[in-house]
Design a protein around this ligand. Structure first.
Ligand code: SF4
Length: 224
């Protein structure tokens, strides 16, 4: 193990006798657990729009995010633990993105890459685009830019690693006793509908219908 890695892991700073320095490391469970996860984040392989080109470029030889243990882009959500939402999130794609997110095992992280994924970008409030993926799934890191450069994406990924460094095995959601509920898949109709709001929408529609019927029914004074 190199000196740098040993320095990273040995957070407790106990003095280790020089004769066993190369063989022994003293650390905390959180530190070693986080170090393992932050060094082997496997992104799910999918892209949505122009930002995806920058993501592909970041994975290629010039920037090469395999230096951070992230080169194993997985085509199956079951083998991935990081989702880079790279591009414009259309209403048509939201159900698919949430389905993929639900199929990823915990622990999992989401990076919103670029203005579109973070808040709608240049297409904000158009009829076919949502104003950020964080309206549907939890986002850990936002990367500004249209598109963000490979350097910006790398910075975002390093920020995610820093966030993982601060997590504690005692508090993370995937070790809590309560089961983690899957995010309901929105229904794509004339607009996108959250299934949790169906009762609310039905109630509202019913009220409107009753009002309309009342206004159309003949009044008492009508002769015809
Ligand atoms: S943020 Fe810009 S570059 Fe990225 S998907 Fe949107 S329009 Fe394309």
């Amino acid at each position: 193990m190199s000196d740098m890695k040993q320095e990273n892991i040995n957070s407790t700073k106990y003095d280790i006798p020089p004769e066993i320095e190369g063989q022994v490391t003293i650390t905390t469970l959180d530190k070693i657990y986080n170090w393992g996860r932050r060094s082997s984040l496997w992104p799910i392989m999918f892209g949505l729009a122009c930002c995806a080109i920058e993501m592909i470029c970041t994975a290629a030889s010039r920037y090469d995010f395999s230096r951070f243990g992230m080169e194993v882009m997985r085509p199956s959500p079951r083998q991935a633990d990081m989702m880079i939402v790279s591009g414009t999130v259309t209403k048509k794609m939201v159900p698919q993105i949430i389905r993929l997110y639900n199929q990823m095992p915990e622990p999992k992280y989401v990076v919103a890459m670029g203005a579109c994924a973070s808040g709608g970008g240049p297409f904000k409030e158009r009829y076919n685009v949502v104003s950020g993926i964080d309206k549907y799934i939890p986002v850990d890191v936002y990367i500004p830019g249209c598109p963000p450069t490979p350097q910006a994406l790398l910075h975002g990924l390093i920020s995610l690693q820093r966030k993982i460094d601060t997590q504690s095995i005692k508090e993370v959601r995937w070790y809590k006793k309560e089961p983690i509920e899957a995010i309901p898949i929105p229904i794509l109709g004339p607009d996108i509908i959250d299934p949790r709001e169906i009762e609310l929408i039905q109630g509202y529609t019913q009220k409107k219908l009753e009002k309309l019927e009342q206004s159309e029914s003949p009044s008492v004074g009508d002769v015809s």
